[in-house]
Design a protein. Sequence first.
Length: 296
Amino acid sequence: MSISGDQNNPYNQPQSHPYGQVPAPQNPVPAQQNPYAQQAPPQAPAAGYGYPASGVPAAPLGAPGAPDGAGRGMSGWLWAIGGAVAASAIWGSVLFATGGFSSEPSPDLAGYGYSSDLCADTSMAPFENGDFKTKANTGTASKNTNPQHSGAQQASLDTMWCNISLEKENASSSDYSSTWLYNTATLHKKTDPAPEFADGYRSYEKQDASVGYRVEAVPGLGDEAFLVTRKDDGSTSSGSYVILGVRDGWMTYQSTWSSYASSRSSTKPPTADEVATMLKTSATETLKRLQNSRSR
């Protein structure tokens, strides 16, 4: 009778005898079966004989050497991976929906809001203290109203502007003079204005023209601010032209003063330094109001 070995257990294979073939026993006596004897429970095969050791994950279903029943553990493993993939897909869709994967920077508007009437938010107290008042309307047409304001809300920019014609208190009707205050405010919602802001005002000093300008930084206003003053051109008329530019986050603000008076005028326009003080004082209060505006 030949001895058949377990194909999965190399130690159960028939071993060659060093002294030759062992003869089969004569008339082997079969073992008597005892119906009352209890059979010992089958022992789990020892680790290292084709089975994983305790605590070692079973091989994936279908892999070489995977024991029977590994499919049950594999099913849970696949469910775990499937759940992780599904969760990743859901989280990715949320990020796309909320702009988490967007390369566009988020605008820093520093708390400023859009105002439909910048003139209403412009602080006039410093100019009134300098003996200026808003000139009365000269007609009923919209182009003759004073002050004038406008604005627009767009995808990339919110823009606001205010134009005010001023005159000296108790000025004579025969005086030939003109004074304007022009304010603008812009909320940049797509592009950070910081990299170009300073150069925009410094460029006044680079102009090759008969009129020169002086540019100086102004501390204490926004993230950065600049004052541009026209130098005296030596003409027979007197006047002043001063620009104040402020950037606070992605908000930019500019206040421009332009005044002219003939040499025969009974009123004397303020000096550039006096105008600069009025512009800075007005801007400080106006910007506070814009931070509190809510699309009004």
